[in-house]
Each structure stands twice: as structure tokens, then as C-alpha cells.
Write a protein that binds this ligand. Structure first.
Ligand code: GLU
Length: 522
């Protein structure tokens, strides 16, 4: 642990411009939020700009609704952009498919300067070439430059020709493989292949489009995942050939599963960004969690560390040197812990307002709850706030407070654990509580007979002592009667919220159902 508090980088002379450039190929990936967060943290700290660019040149993998999902989830997380496809900006359009005419002159320049060449090899020939290289265990591999230096006519005379050429980079033997990374220092990447930059369908590949757009959009810092390290020498080559000034690079470590494998939508539901919302995580928790994946806890001036922090705190103290380049483990247990801690820091009203849409969605509450229902929600929220890890957990706990007493479902496992003494206990509970006055009281609750404390005292005297059973044995059937569940929010407080009438009715209902089950009428 270092002794100095976190210190931001000194501000650059011109405000930096950063971007995130997701490809709309399906459900947004959690990596998109992770990249956006680190880009945005630096952009905000430096009073720079954050651009959202949609990289949709891979038409085979393009999914039409994916872009909207990306925008929605990033906005839900509060990771908002200054320029983008939905809001425009000085470098519009921000969708690569709408910028095709931008790329062509750059391709022509590379062709005429001899840094790029047409390639008419058919996909069958390229597949054969790869298979042959694999058989021969060719350590270099890559394209064999059959088309390089040939006219179309010359090439057409050879096998494996297609009339729809691509354009490839002519990567020299002595290409510079080393570059400086803001997180990793000096990085060396493997020797690249003669990369395709323009496809037969007229679309640029990622490699050309990313360089052209980052230049045209004035991007000063390219912050992206480490899987792009091996592409960076190609990009730097393109910058050099085109006479452009390259941006600075930072490659964030890839997110990993607990077994250290790369996180993917196939092997981990948490790779889907929408999963977090569905599971009831708070947006600020996810932001906090994603930051902690590659960044240490915040260091306070007094030397203590803090894991819970806001985006603003993260951004204020952000420093590239503190980013850990080693693949962070995506640990959902830690996420649950962080979410619980964040939930407990919310005001009861704030938490209730976040639970409301979850409860409406689950059908616990209707779309237009009454004031009474909302008031009860605040009371129940206060009760469950200390033990809630995810918003969705509240559904099961809150539902019993919104059902008719006679329609309360009793869960099978709760009914199954009722012992032979349940009937006696429920009778004793009804008896003990019938003695408590109604819940009338003044506006401060003074003078109320029906309070959690009075309920507990009455049940301890009437049931625990009265029946001579342990509290656990006594309160099990009562909990089942009140909530229909084996596990519920605190029992006496729940009965306080439900009120005297409902509580007694639920106790009597469960008691009566025991009679029905045994055929005993008495
Ligand atoms: N479109 C690329 C992706 O989806 C962006 C890579 C970059 O940021 O350069 O990961």
C-alpha cells in the first residue's frame, strides 16, 4: 500500500477526446460498460469529451436491436456520452455503416503509395492455404502474397481467383512491433499478417475504420480491451503511412471467470449487460464493481482504503498507473456484497422507489399503486433493507404484504416443516394476541397496543412460556401463518405492519387449514 492519497494525472493542454466503439452484434457485453467506465472516468477528470461510436461494419454479425440495447444499458448505468449516434455531434455520423464514403480516399491513398494491394484470392483458396499451413505446422502462416505485384489479368490466369477483390496491407518485415501503453508501459506484439482493410462488399474492416474514425473524430486516447494489443502495430502502421498522428493507447485487462477463462456470453450469464438489471443490481453498484475489477480501492488521505465509491470519486482520482493489467476475476459474490452495502446506504424512500418497478414487473403491485400501498412499501422496505442483496430478492419478501389474508399462499416447504405442536401454538398465539388492543394510537404511535414490541412480549409470554416450547419452535408456525414462508422479514415488525386484524386472520386461517388436513372439526 502506498502512503500518498490517489493523485490524478496533470491535466493535458488540450482536452482529451475518448471513445467507446462497441459492435452491435447481440446482447450488449459487460465489457462495453467496463470500457466505457474507464474511458469516461478519464474524460470527465480532464474535462474532455466522451464519444460513442457504433462499429457496425461486420454485416454478418450485425443485430438491429443491439444498438438500442447498448444505448439503454449505458444510460441506465449513467455512463453517458457527449457525442453519439442518437445525439449527433461535430463528427457525425457516429455509425460506421453511414461513413463508408469517408474510408475510400484513405484506401486509395494506401493503394497508390504501394502500402496496400488488391487481393483476388477466393475464400476456398484462402481456406486451403490455411489448412496447408496447419498441416506443415508453418510457424509464420498468414497470407502468401500470391496477388501482390500482379494485375487482375495476371491473377485471373491462376487458380483460386474471384472477380471481387479485397484490399490488403503490405506489412513490411521490419514493422515496429513495440508501442507504449498507458497501463502496461512498453508492449511488444506479434508480427502481423497482411491484414485485409477493405472487404469485397466495399465495407472497411475494423482495422481501417478504427484508425480513420479515431483520426477524423480527434480521438486522443484509445482505451480498449487487451485483445486488441496484437492489432495495435497494424494500426500504428496505418497512422504512419497515412501521415496521421497516432493517439495514446491503454489496453484494459480482459474480464475473467473464476476459473480464469475469458468471460463470454456463452459461458457466463453475467457477460450480458442486461443480466445485471434483471437480477436486481443497482446501476451504481455495477459501476463501482467494474471499477474495482481493474482498480484498487480508493486510498483516503489518512491511509485507509474504501471499496465503496461513486463514479465521481473514481473519476476525480483516476490514474492510469493504478490500473492493474492482470485479468480481473469476475466474482458475483463480491458483486452481491457490494450491492447489499450500497442498498444499505440508500435512504428508505430511495430504496422503495427502486423496488417499486421491480415489484410492479413481478405483479406484486399493480401499475398504479394507491397511496396506502406506497406507504406500506416504505414500511416494508425499512424492514428488509438490512438484509437485501439484490432488488429482486424483495419480491418474495414483499408479496405477502399485498395479498388478501384469505388468499395468502403457504409454501410447501413452510407447511412441510410444521410439527405436531403447530395447532396448539397457533391457538396460543391467537389467544395471546387477542388480548392486545387495536392499533389505534396518536400520530407518533404512542399508546398503541399493536406494536412489534408488544406483539413480541405477548407471544413470548403466551406461546413460548405458555406452551413451554423453545422460541424457534414457537415462532415457526406463526411465521408460516403470517408470511406463508419459512424465511421472512422480521416477524413482529411484519405483524405490526399488517395490523391486528390481518395478523389474527392469517393465524386463524393456517390453524383452520390444519384441521381441514387432519379432518378434525374441533
Ligand atoms: N468494435 C471494437 C469492439 O467491439 C472496438 C475496439 C476498439 O475499441 O478499438 O471491441
Amino acid at each position: 500500500m502506498s502512503s500518498a492519497p490517489d493523485r490524478p494525472e496533470s491535466p493535458a493542454t488540450t482536452p482529451p477526446r475518448l471513445r467507446v466503439a462497441p459492435s452491435p452484434t447481440g446482447d450488449p457485453h459487460v465489457g462495453t460498460a467496463y470500457m466505457s467506465l474507464f474511458n469516461l472516468a478519464f474524460a470527465r477528470q480532464q474535462d474532455g469529451a466522451f464519444v460513442l461510436r457504433i462499429e457496425d461494419t461486420d454485416r454478418a454479425r450485425y443485430r438491429p436491436d443491439s444498438e438500442q440495447q447498448i444505448l439503454d444499458t449505458l444510460r441506465w448505468l449513467g455512463l453517458t456520452w457527449d457525442e453519439g449516434p442518437d445525439i449527433g455531434g461535430p463528427h457525425a455520423p457516429y455509425r460506421q455503416s453511414e461513413r463508408l464514403s469517408t474510408y475510400r480516399p484513405y484506401v486509395d491513398q494506401l493503394l497508390s503509395s504501394g502500402h496496400a494491394y488488391h487481393c483476388w484470392c477466393s475464400s476456398e483458396r484462402l481456406a486451403e492455404l490455411r489448412a496447408d499451413q496447419a498441416r506443415r505446422k508453418d510457424p509464420i502462416g498468414g497470407y502468401d502474397r500470391l496477388c501482390h505485384g500482379r494485375t487482375e489479368q495476371e491473377r485471373a490466369a491462376l487458380p483460386g481467383y474471384t472477380p471481387h477483390p479485397v484490399v490488403r496491407m503490405l506489412v513490411p518485415e521490419d514493422v515496429e512491433l513495440t508501442f507504449e501503453d498507458l497501463i502496461r508501459g512498453t508492449v511488444t506484439a506479434p508480427h502481423p499478417d497482411d491484414q485485409v482493410i477493405l472487404k469485397a462488399d466495399g465495407f472497411p474492416t475494423y482495422h481501417l475504420a478504427v484508425v480513420v474514425d479515431d483520426h477524423e473524430m480527434g480521438i486522443t486516447h484509445v482505451v480498449r480491451g487487451e485483445e486488441w494489443i496484437s492489432s495495435t502495430p497494424k494500426h500504428l502502421l496505418l497512422y504512419r503511412w497515412l501521415g496521421l498522428r497516432p493517439p495514446r493507447f491503454a489496453h484494459l485487462p480482459l474480464l475473467r471467470n473464476t476459473d480464469r477463462s475469458k468471460i463470454s456470453k456463452r459461458n457466463n450469464p453475467a457477460a450480458r449487460l442486461t443480466w445485471f438489471r434483471e437480477q436486481g443490481y443497482l446501476p451504481e453498484t455495477l459501476v463501482n464493481f467494474l471499477a474495482l475489477l481493474a482498480y484498487p480501492p480508493l486510498l483516503e488521505a489518512d491511509g485507509s482504503e474504501r471499496e465503496l465509491f461513486t463514479f465521481e470519486e473514481f473519476s476525480d482520482r483516476f490514474d492510469w498507473h493504478k490500473v492493474n493489467p492482470v485479468g480481473p476475476i469476475f466474482d458475483v459474490k463480491k458483486l452481491d456484497w457490494l450491492n447489499g452495502m450500497t442498498i444499505r446506504q440508500l435512504s428508505v424512500e430511495d430504496l422503495a422507489s427502486r423496488l417499486l418497478p421491480v415489484l410492479v414487473e413481478a405483479g406484486v403491485l399493480g401499475p398504479n399503486p394507491t397511496l396506502g400501498e406506497l406507504g406500506r412499501l416504505t414500511e416494508v422496505t425499512a424492514l428488509i433493507q438490512p438484509r437485501l442483496a439484490r432488488l429482486t430478492e424483495a419480491v418474495g419478501w414483499v408479496a405477502p404484504f399485498y395479498v388478501e389474508d384469505d388468499a395468502l399462499p403457504i409454501a410447501d416447504d413452510a407447511r412441510g416443516q410444521l410439527g405436531a405442536e403447530a395447532a396448539t401454538i397457533l391457538d396460543a398465539a391467537v389467544e395471546a394476541l387477542s388480548g392486545l388492543p387495536t392499533d389505534e394510537g396518536d400520530m407518533f404511535g404512542h399508546g398503541r397496543g399493536w406494536t412489534a414490541q408488544n406483539i413480541e412480549e405477548a407471544l413470548r409470554a403466551g406461546v413460548v412460556q405458555g406452551c413451554g416450547v423453545k422460541p424457534k419452535v414457537a415462532f415457526g408456525p406463526i411465521r408460516t401463518a403470517i408470511s406463508g414462508q419459512r424465511v421472512s422479514p422480521p416477524l413482529f415488525e411484519s405483524m405490526d405492519i399488517l395490523g391486528r386484524h390481518s395478523s389474527l386472520r392469517r393465524l386463524r386461517n393456517l390453524r383452520a387449514s390444519l384441521d381441514a388436513a387432519t379432518g378434525d372439526a374441533g
